[in-house]
Design a protein around this ligand. Structure first.
Ligand code: ADP
Ligand code: MG
Length: 410
């Protein structure tokens, strides 16, 4: 069996581990349980794929979406890993089971609901397992933003196989969610590894809204490359797109209410362009790989720090400097509070309230924005980043907060 470094070089063709991949892999190799919290694109898959190749037995991977599983199987196979998925959508189930029993699979992907079935448990009972990886592990927590009851069913398997190292993986987990994942999956608190959230090339800016179309025009003037403007509603995207487009910059709108063909054409035009502005709802961005987005602006408050991080994170994927700017108003908070109290199911309200409060702390902070973001994701940041509005232009005013300044100037 190869060592992790050999597998990295020979199977994946990468020269070195990134971020804390090696720390995670070392723990799994040593048989320890781990929760790895790392942002999207950090390379979480490698942290279970490599131990699956380097330890005795098959790596079992729990993954919530069948479509994702098939992508993962395809890319693992392309690297020469013996991988398969066991889902109701696969008509080669019997072949997969035979390969598993014969020890011919490095990786087996399954959905959480299948794990709890008697048939699967009987099958897996006889199988040596290299590890149990639980991808998108925030789904196990009601505190998280995407709770899936099926994830609770994993506990039976984990209890039956205490000797198999567990590796839970997620990109989005605030403090509460992390604690909950550790408890739910029986991972010791010292098994938490989180890192890699800093996006050094992004400049963070946050100000109050004051004629947002004019504010956005000024932002566009300073930033000639392509950019995304997130607007809170479908109507707002179309209105803002018209206003910004009137200035001569190529501008399109994107929201779920548009005709699918128009939507797809707008997205293609944006991806191909070097100076287009896409005014969109948050429906835009997932799965779009455009490395040279030079700015991301928010015309209204994102619903959580996780959402803000993810949406701003679409800027500057090429590593070149990029700008993010959030415009917010007190009415955003009033509206969000009303929504929580009226539209959100009671059990989920505490989590939503906390997410909103975290946003309030971020937008009103007089200190380094990046420090707040990184602390939110559990990292220990330096006190000042030198690349956010508050570091570059420390706020003046009696206690420094934007709200206080606004009150004083009113
Ligand atoms: P995540 O699940 O954390 O979002 P992925 O596992 O999908 O991320 O990996 C994102 C990309 O990074 C993939 O294209 C992967 O091949 C690449 N990658 C992962 N680890 C490394 C590494 N050590 N060196 C170079 N590229 C890597
Ligand atoms: Mg992943």
């Amino acid at each position: 069996m190869p060592t992790p470094l050999e597998a990295l070089h020979e199977t994946f063709g990468f020269s070195q581990f990134r971020g804390r991949q090696q720390d995670v892999i070392d723990r799994v190799m040593a048989g320890c349980n781990t929760l790895a919290v790392m942002p999207t694109g950090a390379g979480k898959s490698l942290t279970y794929q490599i131990p699956a190749l380097c330890r005795e037995g098959t790596g079992l991977v729990i993954s919530p979406l069948i479509a994702l599983m098939h992508d993962q199987v395809r890319s693992a196979e392309a690297a020469g890993i013996r991988a398969a998925a066991l889902t109701s959508a696969d008509d080669n189930r019997f072949e997969t089971m035979d390969r598993l029993r014969a020890g011919q699979l490095d990786l087996l992907y399954v959905a959480p609901e299948r794990v709890s079935t008697e048939g699967f448990r009987r099958l897996i009972d006889q199988t040596p397992l290299a590890l149990i990886a639980i991808d998108e592990a925030h789904c196990v927590s009601e505190w998280g933003h995407d709770f899936r009851p099926d994830y609770r069913l994993l506990r039976g398997l984990l209890e039956e196989r205490p000797e198999v190292p567990r590796l839970a993986l997620t990109a989005t987990a605030d403090h509460h969610t992390r604690e909950d994942i550790l408890a739910q999956l029986g991972i010791e608190p010292d098994g938490l590894i989180l890192a890699g959230f800093d996006r050094e090339n992004l400049r963070y800016g946050i100000t109050t809204r004051d004629g947002v179309a004019k504010q956005l025009m000024a932002l566009l003037d300073d930033n000639p490359g392509s950019g995304i403007v997130y607007a809170p509603t479908r109507d707002a995207t179309e209105k803002l797109a018209a206003q910004l487009g009137a200035g001569g910059r190529p501008t399109r709108a994107y929201h779920a209410g548009l005709d699918p063909q128009i939507r797809a054409a707008n997205q293609r035009a944006f991806v191909a362009s070097e100076d287009m502005v896409m005014v969109a709802t948050v429906a835009f961005g997932m799965g779009i790989d455009k490395p040279d987005v030079r700015f991301v602006a928010h015309a209204g408050l994102p619903k959580s720090i996780e959402a803000y991080y993810q949406e701003t994170g679409r800027a500057g994927r090429d590593g070149e400097p990029a700008v993010t700017q959030l415009f917010w108003g007190a009415d955003d908070f009033a509206r969000a509070r009303r929504r929580i109290e009226t539209d959100v199911e009671e059990g989920r309200r505490p989590g939503e309230r906390q997410r909103l409060n975290a946003m309030a702390m971020l937008v009103e902070a007089p200190g380094c924005r990046r420090a707040i973001l990184l602390r939110h994701f559990g990292e220990t940041p330096p006190p000042a980043c030198g690349n956010c509005d508050n570091c570059l232009n420390p706020p003046t005013g009696i206690d420094g907060t934007v709200v206080a300044q606004k009150l004083l100037s009113a």
